[in-house]
Design a protein around this ligand. Sequence first.
Ligand SMILES: Nc1ncnc2c1ncn2[C@@H]1O[C@H](COP(=O)(O)OP(=O)(O)OP(=O)(O)O)[C@@H](O)[C@H]1O
Ligand SMILES: [Mg+2]
Length: 268
Amino acid sequence: MTALLEPETVQLASLEGRSVSAWFGDHKVLDRVDLVMPAGQVTALIGPSGCGKSTFLRILNRMHELVPSASLAGEVLLDGEDIYAPQRRLTEARRDIGMVFQKPNPFPAMSIYDNVLAGLKLTGRKAGRDEKDVLVESCLSKAGLWNEVRTRLRQPGGGLSGGQQQRLCIARSLAVQPKVLLMDEPCSALDPTSTRRIEETIHELKREVTIVIVTHNMQQAARVSDVCAFFLAEQGQPGHIVEQGSTQQVFEAPEDPRTFDYVNGRFG
Ligand SMILES: Nc1ncnc2c1ncn2[C@@H]1O[C@H](COP(=O)(O)OP(=O)(O)OP(=O)(O)O)[C@@H](O)[C@H]1O
Ligand SMILES: [Mg+2]
C-alpha cells in the first residue's frame, strides 16, 4: 500500500465543461456552459443567486445525477477524458474530484484523526497504522490545521470551531488525493479570520490540486482566483456564462457591462 503515500508525485489536472446544460424536470437551469478550469489554478464561479453555479459544480463531480428529476447534456473532461463516458465509474469521478460544501460537515462524533481518514474507507483503500499517521499529519498540515489540533487528534471533530471544521473537511477531501477540489461557498458560514485562513489554504493547495470555488464575495474571488467566470440567469432564462477570463481582466476590464455592474456590487 505504498501508493497511498508516494511522496508528492503530483500531476496537476485540468477540468473542462463543454456545452454543459442542466435540467430539473423540464426546468432548464443551465444552457451550454463552456468553461476551462486550468490545471493548478483557482477558478472562481461568480453570479447572483439561482444562476446555476452550484448546479454546475455538482455536474463537475457527478453529484447532479443524484437528484431524481435531474438531467444534463454536454461533457466534463478531466485531463481530456469525459467523466461521463460509459466506461468511467461514478466512484472514480468522486475520488478524483472532491467537494467541500458551504456548511462544514465533519462527522461530529468521530475523532479528528478518523475524520481525515473517513474518505479512504469509501474508496476501499487500506493503510497501516504508520501510514495513516503520516497521511493524517500531511493532510491536516496542507489544510492549515495541524498546529491547532496535533495534541487533540482523538477528540471529536464536532468540538472544533466552524473555521477549523471547514479546514478539517478540506483535510478529509485531500486524504483521497483528488486531482480537483470543488468548493461551494466554503467561507460563507465563517468569520473573517477563519475566511482568511481558508483563503491562505487555497493559495497553498493550488500547487497540487486544481481548485474551483463558488463565492458571493467579490473581494474573495479577486483575492484567491486566477480565472473567473460570471454566470447569469436573466428573466427566467437558464443560467449561462456571460464572461470568463483571467480574474484580473474580469474585475478590472470586463467586456460586458453586466459583468462590470456585478463585480462592482451594483446588483445580485
Ligand atoms: N434539487 C433541485 N430541484 C429543483 N430545482 C433546483 C434544485 N436545485 C437547484 N434548482 C434550481 O436550479 C437553479 C440553479 O440553482 P443553483 O443552486 O445551481 O444556483 P446557485 O447559482 O448556486 O445559487 P446560490 O448562489 O443561491 O447558491 C435555480 O433556479 C434553482 O431553483
Ligand atoms: Mg449555490
